[in-house]
Design a protein around this ligand. Sequence first.
Ligand SMILES: [Zn+2]
Length: 314
Amino acid sequence: MTIKKCKICGANLENTFNAREMMFGIRKEFPYAQCSNCQTIQILEIPKDIASYYPEYYYSFKQYVPPITGLKAILKRLFKKYRIRKHRHEILDQLQPLNILPTQRILDIGCGRGKLICEMFNYGFKNIQGVDRFIPQEYQHGHNVKVLQNDLSELKNDSYDLLMMHHVFEHMEEPMNELAKSYKLLKNNGYLMIRIPVVNNAWSVYQRDWVQLDAPRHFFIHTEKSINIMAKEVGFTVTNIVYDSNSMQFWGSELYKKDISLIDEESKEFRKPDDFFSPAEIADYEQSAKELNYNNKGDQAIFYLQKKEYEKVI
Ligand SMILES: [Zn+2]
């Protein structure tokens, strides 16, 4: 059945358009529309065969998971961190506004095989797990770093200090429900960090060729307004928003404009921008993305949501 109302705020959908599957170059078209109120772009009908659009070599499942090596690796990484600033892992910057302690309990939702949680363990986070409903089996990486196969509703409530969703929220069919489940899992004052593409400048410029539409895998492309509506409904406080777009918003969309897929159909590898654009062009794209981020107009962002429950005054 085709959806006609916004699943976030209930307002009418408008500006229906067809977006093409271009990551793998299948080029099949899927109808999307934009909400007249919260501006969220959403797919009108979730394909019944959606699983077939996540082939085995899809990046979440083909990631290199570093071995967990404990103290030695931590010291080595910490040493590196101070020695070569540019090798600092981006997760450390992303977590900076939260003051998360190494002993606090962290869950990475939709983590694939657990690449990030293993890297974070090697950076000193001691109490970290992942969960992904779509993995073929549970993964045990050692030192109690494991990836669970559960639905969020099956995990223990009030038990996490930080939940992370790195580019998975836009793939969820019922975002409000997932947000409500996340809220329950958090301890009081705990945080949910959501990294997602957002409707912004790149959408205005590239429209159906915008790389982050990623039809049909992205069911919702959110806006600040839609996240605020959902956060309020569930009880979260949005404490901070950081835009973190990069040059791909330009070069990926430029490739789609030229009818070139993101993944090479032959090698099954991601295409390299250097094969299509000059170093000056890529530097220009990187600079433009930085400027857009500075002005809150980048095409992806990190939303920091806090569970703040106040004690009842008797
Ligand atoms: Zn809406």
